[in-house]
Design a protein around this ligand. Structure first.
Ligand SMILES: Nc1nc2[nH]cnc2c(=O)[nH]1
Length: 160
């Protein structure tokens, strides 16, 4: 491996798996994740969807939120995400937006499917194979670009 040793990778993946198993015992979903920021700090997350009534509270998203809050940064460049299961499209998008540079995962989307989770199905939606899962419609209004015009004209904007 290039940047990270397989020993370090497997240590964090095993920790993510341990978090996931413990989360099941605690009444949550079977997913855990760790974000390691460039200073070497491990920020842990577990799936909190049912307990927080938050469909976006996937383990990876929770770990990203915790890493961002702890470092007071929305740009986590140079960080690594370790996940007990292959990140779903939601988690991958959050990872891209966080500018996290690398991802390792243990179980895959097919293992998640066997446990009753829709990760593989949603991958099919994004591949274009299942458009009927979510109709998305473009309405091109005359005001559509006003927010972007306001943004471009705002001198002290914080880009991300
Ligand atoms: N990777 C991942 N897949 C999920 N599918 C449902 N919840 C989760 C989660 O927290 N993480």
């Amino acid at each position: 491996m290039s940047a990270h040793s397989t020993h370090e990778r497997d240590e964090y993946l095993n920790r993510a798996i341990q978090l996931a198993v413990q989360n099941v015992a605690d009444g949550g979903g079977p997913f855990g994740a760790v974000v390691v920021t460039p200073d070497g700090t491990a920020h842990e997350g577990v799936n909190r969807v049912t307990r927080d009534h938050d469909p976006t509270a996937h383990a990876e998203v929770v770990a990203i939120r915790r890493a961002a809050a702890a470092t007071r940064r929305f740009d986590l460049s140079g960080s690594v995400l370790y996940a007990s299961c292959e990140p779903c499209p939601l988690c991958l998008s959050a990872t891209l937006w966080a500018r996290i540079g690398r991802v390792y995962f243990a179980a895959d989307r097919h293992g998640a499917a066997r446990a009753g989770f829709d990760d593989a199905l949603f991958y099919e939606y994004f591949s274009g194979a299942r458009p009927e899962l979510l109709p998305v419609e473009h309405a091109d209004l005359s005001a559509s670009d006003q927010p972007f015009d306001a943004w471009r004209n705002h001198v002290r904007r914080t880009a991300y």
